[in-house]
Write a protein that binds this ligand. Structure first.
Ligand code: NAD
Ligand code: WQD
Length: 372
């Protein structure tokens, strides 16, 4: 009699344990909590909106070295959700680990946090290597220790260097990096690939962004870096609103259709959605390959003069620009073949360069004049 009731108790305990395991499994799979590093920054904040719209719960780590927590208010206005940011430097292994200790139920990490100025990296290479690679190693160590299964990494088309065959595919080989920043992205990719080789239970996607631009259509978030702006689209909007007296088109003597450089401008909300799609893909992933690379661009090149023209046409504003000499280190032309991301991830950009200019301009008006 006693033996049978012992057995019953044991089998009851066993089934309860199974139920608990199922619950934990369900929680991790369906509550879908994601750590976004650099969540207060430009691409991070837009991606958080898209993640929340797709049912993810988000926490952020950002040391605010190139952002403020203002973006979190914007995210709250758009989504109704307040995201918690831990103001931690990811190069500090101890403090980073403490955040992971508080959140052992993460389904994945999207690692945006990095310094990103090409120009600055030329003069401060060690700062760039320390920040961009030190933080990555700490993140991977925590992923390993806390068994976080997935990672999405912000890479860049700058890993291709001065590519000659266009459009570039993911198979296009790296050329010499044009600057230490680009080298941190080349090295970051290799570090993740090596980690994946020794950690079969872990899977990563490396997203190579082309030229992200534009803002959320609500005008509650956009690009507002603490550091000096050098990218074309914010330079255009800052000139149009009068923060700059004029702007320079760097070179009109390149071998392109109008003599100015060609780039692939991708709307930041399309780029944001590529992260959500990547994470969903990793969560449901069946194949063996645990480190994959995808280009994230519109798949079309626009010249600098075409970009200026698109801005003037879309907004009705006249831009005060002059033609100047070439900028050192500029590649003549680069744009993406985006087929792999469309086929594997089911990702398709839907916004044109006109939409980029329209939303970037609305954001500029909002952040400068408080209107919109
Ligand atoms: P951003 O500067 O707006 O955002 C990066 C965020 O990371 C900032 O908020 C900054 O405060 C934070 N950060 C930096 N170092 C940190 C550290 N050690 N610890 C904690 N937080 C830290 O930049 P972004 O444009 O949003 O870029 C995001 C990522 O995408 C970066 O990795 C960048 O290299 C990459 N990327 C950007 C572009 C682009 O043109 N914006 C293009 C290709 C790739
Ligand atoms: C675009 C085009 C300029 C400003 C950089 C990084 C790359 C990636 C994206 C992070 C170029 C021209 C610009 C101006 C101009 N970032 N221009 N007048 O250089 O393609 O890429 O940002 O990973 O790694 O290198 O972007 O926006 O600076 O320039 O004529 O005032 O606009 O010469 O042809 P770039 P950009």
């Amino acid at each position: 009699m006693r033996k049978s009731s012992d057995l019953q108790t044991k089998s009851w305990e066993f089934s309860n344990r199974i139920r608990l395991l199922h619950f934990i499994h369900f929680y991790i799979l369906y509550m879908k909590k994601v750590l976004v590093t650099g969540g207060c920054g430009y691409i991070g904040s837009h991606t958080i909106v898209d993640l929340i719209d797709n049912g993810f719960e988000v926490i952020s780590i950002d040391n605010l070295s190139n952002s403020t927590e203002e973006s979190l208010y914007g995210i709250e206005k758009i989504t109704g959700k307040r995201v918690r940011n831990y103001k931690v430097d990811l190069c500090d292994a101890k403090q980073t680990r403490e955040v992971f200790e508080k959140h052992t139920d993460l389904v994945g990490i999207i690692h945006f946090a990095a310094l990103k100025s090409v120009e600055e990296s030329v003069f401060q290479p060690l700062r760039y290597f320390r920040n961009n690679l030190g933080s990555l190693v700490n993140i991977l160590s925590c992923a390993d220790e806390f068994q976080i299964p997935h990672l999405i990494f912000s890479s860049s088309c700058s890993v291709y260097g001065n590519a000659t065959d266009l459009p570039v595919t993911e198979e296009t080989s790296f050329q010499e990096a044009e600057c230490p920043y680009a080298r941190t992205k080349q090295m970051g990719e290799k570090i993740i690939e090596d980690f994946c080789k020794t950690t079969p239970a872990f899977s990563a996607i490396l997203l190579r962004y082309f030229n992200p631009a534009g803002a959320h259509s609500s005008t509650f978030i956009g690009e507002s870096p603490s550091n000096k702006v050098t990218n074309l689209v914010p330079v255009i909007t800052e000139t149009a609103i009068g923060k700059r007296a004029s702007m320079t088109v760097f070179g009109e003597d390149y071998d392109t259709r109008d003599g100015s450089c060609i780039r692939d401008y991708i709307h930041v909300m399309d780029l944001a959605n590529a992260h959500t799609k990547s994470l969903q893909y990793l969560i449901g992933k069946k194949n063996e390959q645990n480190c994959e690379i995808y280009n994230v661009g519109l798949g079309e090149g626009a010249t600098v003069l075409e970009a200026v023209n698109a801005f003037e046409k879309t907004t009705g504003e006249k831009l005060n620009y002059k033609i100047g000499p070439r900028r050192a280190g500029d590649v003549v032309a680069i744009y993406a073949n985006k087929d792999k991301a469309s086929e594997h991830l089911g990702w398709k950009p839907t916004r044109s360069i006109e939409e980029i200019m329209k939303t970037a301009w609305a954001w500029e008006i909002k952040r400068t004049k408080g209107e919109g």
